[in-house]
Design a protein around this ligand. Structure first.
Ligand code: 13P
Length: 263
């Protein structure tokens, strides 16, 4: 039986002071409820404060990205070892935004080009995280144009194959996958629950081919993209959806607590 997991991706929101107020409110809202594993992924700068506040709770901390080298002259980067030392037990990898794949068309081209994430760097990041005992939350998903061209399944397959390439299946127990269709992120256009279930089931069958039946059965596959308290229950009740990766709605502690409660 896979335990549900709900992770809040705060993206580039909230100062450390705002983060503290939000987490204090979330802790109050959630009380002693223990319906699902909970992860908060604040900005790097807020990780220490949020970790301090959540230490005696069941809430775990995730980072939003990592650099794969252990240390060195890599200005502006943060390593997996540093995240571990700061108390992170999860890290998002290959989010469509770090891949430069935005659902909203008004993003200027220079912003899209800024990120430079590839399937290969995603693969290196997963390796570095596993080495440091951090659970990667690997994001996969198609754009609207790719969906319109019936390329969804091929995109998901390629992203998974390349992300997991040459990694040792015996070390992948910690892996979490999030299906996040790019067109559903921040748009309010949530993926239909049956279609989300179909793609999460596809993720599981691709995993079976890549890393074996055991891991495919135990790996948690989340859905992300416009998850709210009003749609979470239906999404999370699908057999292949093991919880959610929540963006905007995780910034509101009451809403996020309600989402966790529906898991
Ligand atoms: P929204 O929940 O704001 O659509 O964002 C989803 C997401 O990108 C989580 O990683």
């Amino acid at each position: 039986m896979r335990r549900k997991l709900v992770a809040g991706n705060w993206k580039m929101h909230m100062t450390a002071t705002e983060a503290v107020a939000t987490v204090e409110c979330f802790i109050k809202e959630i009380g002693s409820k223990d319906s699902a594993d909970m992860v908060i992924c604040p900005t790097f700068l807020s990780i220490p404060k949020v970790r301090e506040l959540t230490k005696s709770t069941k809430i775990e901390i995730g980072a939003q990205d990592v650099f794969w080298m252990p240390k060195g002259a890599f200005t502006g980067q943060i390593s997996a070892g540093m995240l571990r030392a700061a108390g992170c037990s999860y890290c998002i990898v290959g989010h469509s935004e770090t891949r430069g794949r935005f659902g909203k068309l008004e993003i200027p081209a220079e912003t899209v080009c800024h990120f430079g994430e590839t399937d290969h760097t995603v693969n290196l990041k997963i390796g570095a995280l596993l080495e440091h005992g951090i659970r990667p939350i690997l994001c996969v998903g198609e754009t609207q144009a790719e969906r319109d061209a019936s390329m969804t399944d091929a995109i998901i397959t390629t992203q998974l194959e390349k992300a997991l390439h040459s990694l040792d299946p015996t070390e992948l127990d910690a892996l979490v996958i999030a299906y996040e269709p790019v067109w559903a992120i921040g748009t309010g256009k949530v993926c239909d629950s049956l279609e989300a279930e179909r793609v999460c089931g596809l993720v599981r069958s691709i995993l079976e081919d890549l890393v074996g039946e055991g891991l495919a059965r135990t790996c948690r596959v989340l859905y992300g993209g416009s998850v709210k308290a009003s749609n979470a229950k239906e999404l999370f009740s699908q057999p292949n959806i093991d919880g959610g990766l929540v963006g905007g709605a995780s910034l509101d502690p009451k809403e996020f607590a309600a989402i966790v409660s529906s898991a």
